[in-house]
Design a binder for this molecule. Sequence first.
Ligand code: ZN
Length: 314
Amino acid sequence: MGGLEYRRGMHQLGRGTWAYLSPPGTWGWSNCGLLVDGAHGLLVDTQFDLPLTRELLAAVAEVAPGVEISTVVTTHANGDHCWGNELLPRAEVVGSSACGLGMAHEVQPAELAALSGPGSPATPLGDYMRRHFGAFDFEGITVTPPTRTFTGQLDLALGNRRVELIEVGPAHTDGDVIVHMPDVGVVFAGDILFIGGHPIMWTGPIRNWISACDRIAETGADHVVPGHGPVTDQAGVAVFRGYLEWVADWARKAYGAGLPYWEAGDPRRLPAAYAGWGNPERLVITMAAAYRELGDGPHELLDVLAKTAAAEPR
Ligand SMILES: [Zn+2]
């Protein structure tokens, strides 16, 4: 959509509906959503660490004074969307069952601190992790998974408003959920949508991710808030869907031709249309997942990340 500035903080999209944007939208800089009806408040996702989540909550108090956040929806298990959940101890945390499992089994804050903090390994991967994750504070985080889980679809009441939670994963992760607000025509897509940067497919399958884009299109929503990047519209979703179709097609060809996944994910192989998107090295992670669907692997996560670091254009 035109006209909405990509600036840190709250942006109103409709009555009782805000996107909280976190430029530049690169690794860990994720967007959230705020929904309000009367004294009732719902947050879509929290931030990567406690200081950033406190900043988010201060912005909530500013645009919605006196509103109690009674519900937090966690779109998926990646820490940049849920590691601030503990700062809302009175709220019910809602997510898919697969998201709940993922939060318990994903890389934990202390492990990410060890991989990206000052004492992290003096390797190209350590260098990559320090540069991309070193700004976050992973100390003292208690991972706080959903207390209410579901599969498929769950409708929540927020005052007199209906909030539709739609499970569209596994795609980016095992348990991706999007949040649709039919009364204002807004979708919060979590990491089903990246705008301006390359997405990361941790799990796939890619057909599910393409179907998830179709599900967003079916809502007819005018405003779509990505997990990372500026707010977009259905045309932006269609461009992103085209990227996923290219990934599916290229992975099949490259695997068939015997290229290893990290060569298929070399950013120099990107079509011109996507060459300007940020973090192109993340194509290596996506190709590893796409190759697993085709029978390659298993791949060890730290090895995939090391190959990603090596592919970063510098
Ligand atoms: Zn994210």
